[in-house]
Design a protein. Sequence first.
Length: 325
Amino acid sequence: MSPSEQATDFQETYAAVTEEIGRVIVGQAGVVDATLTALICGGNVLLEGVPGLGKTELVKCLSQVLRLSFNRIQFTPDLMPADIIGTNIMSSDENGPRFEFRQGPIFTQLLLADEINRATPKTQSALLETMQEGSVTAGGETWELPPPFFVLATQNPLEQEGTYPLPEAQLDRFMFKVNVPFPTRLDLNTIVDRTILEQPVVPQAILDAEGILAMRQILQQVMVADSMRDYAVRLVLATHPEAAESGQSVRDFVAWGASPRATQALIRAARVRALVAGRVHVSFADIRAHAREVLQHRVLLNYDGQAEDIDLRALVKDIIEQTPE
């Protein structure tokens, strides 16, 4: 199959999956697009939004449309790492007593880490290896998780009492941070119609694990010109106050900018956007498409920025608009 034919096949499959999810998830096209993009890239997503916006329903719908196994973990302050990855238990057979590893809920393909910031840092760190390596190590043994492994974590931006903010090292493991908007009046009416007044929609399976892994292989065929790569690099450098590419607001209010992982995420997401448009080469618009989701959780405000209550999303938007092509 030629590169152009692969791009067309990718485009049609992506559109079919998006359309099927849209039959269930109302008015969250941007959230669905970012989540599906990260899943195809092999990244993870942090969703920030108030309760009741359909975050759990989104993961359930993804598991049905993509034929992937799904587990949900409700994070609480008393949750322990063993509750997530599993633990060794004593069992016996004809050969006598022995220890046996009992797998935890993390052994799945789609994992919803609900209200992840309610768990202690020790428990949060149990996700680090799985998000980066796709494996679990316990009792001196390592288990590979079934690919494609994808973590979608949520946190509530309003209720901060009794929460443990995610450390920078863990935030950097998320490819995207996506802000989930509240539904519009039209969307709310549609949600009520679909969930209460009518028969709930049951999504149909469109893709499977092998298909997703095949789509990841196609990403490697998308050309990234030197100028495109350099543009992604300059976007990341523009978030660092000591870099020549940064503007005055970054120098005044930012303590530390995005990591090299941000550059990798920009390129990977841009390749998906190019294929969705039916192209086999990346454009400047492709790199900008998910730049805010890539950068906004990787930029740290300094003391002045926190005192001035600087809006990070607005700051990142300015960085993207002011970085020349």
